[in-house]
Design a protein around this ligand. Structure first.
Ligand SMILES: O=C(CO)[C@@H](O)[C@H](O)COP(=O)(O)O
Ligand SMILES: [Co+2]
Length: 216
């Protein structure tokens, strides 16, 4: 069964604690999209949000940094309570250093690839990551449609796990619901981020369960 990471991008900002409480018992992760208005068009949460969220949730805080040169902010997000930080290979010429910085903080390190980025571009750092995030939409916005052509990259990563003996999780992010999750899970995805599908419903925990049920 897949693990689920509800994305607070689609939660109610003014009632965030209430919305987190609604999924706290059913989900494993809480996904926090950090956007800088440069690497992606939108602007969202800074480290202060992570600090406040840490106080009200025991879920694994999964910080997805859509930020150019993310190594500028890694330490601050880690110090504020992130359990896992993801950095895009497209966002820095120093992906190895950025991942090293995350590991040095004693938390989990994730490398992220956009839909247009091949798996080959992250092969040199796969030995050092705890998780790979395969974007299943172009980053920047919630509520987009799942891109099925990204599934072959999940399969490619899963094959690499087997042939090289890696144990990283494979996370998917964008357009995930109880239907789209199926092919990704069968290809090897182990963690599913879902924003609008979960939080646009009156009963978000039922949507978390629906994603899990689809992968039983
Ligand atoms: O990183 C992103 C978007 O850039 C995501 O984490 C979204 O928050 C997912 O939203 P849905 O596609 O599930 O609505
Ligand atoms: Co995300």
């Amino acid at each position: 069964m897949i693990k689920v990471a509800p994305s607070i991008l689609s939660a109610d900002y003014l009632n965030l604690e209430r919305d987190i409480n609604k999924i706290e018992k059913d989900a494993e992760y809480l996904h926090i999209d950090v956007m800088d208005g440069d690497f992606v068009p939108s602007i969202s949460y800074g480290p202060g949000w992570v600090k406040q969220i840490r106080k009200v949730s025991d879920l694994i805080l999964d910080v997805h940094m859509m930020v150019r040169n993310p190594e500028r902010y890694v330490d601050e997000f880690a110090d504020n309570g992130a359990d896992l930080i993801g950095v895009h290979v497209e966002a820095t010429p120093h992906i190895h250093r950025a991942l090293q910085m995350i590991k040095n903080k004693g938390i989990k390190a994730e490398v992220v690839i956009n839909p247009g980025t091949p798996v080959e571009s992250i092969k040199p750092v796969l030995y050092m990551v705890d998780q790979v995030l395969v974007m299943t939409v172009n980053p920047g916005f919630g509520g987009q449609k799942f891109l099925p052509e990204t599934v072959k990259k999940i399969k490619q990563l899963n094959d690499l796990k087997k042939s090289e003996g890696y144990s990283f999780d494979i996370e998917i992010d964008g357009g995930v619901n109880n239907e789209t999750v199926k092919t990704a899970y069968n290809a090897g995805a182990t963690v599913a981020v879902a924003g609008s599908y979960v939080f646009n419903d009156e009963n978000p925990s039922s949507k978390v369960q629906a994603i899990k049920d689809a992968t039983k």
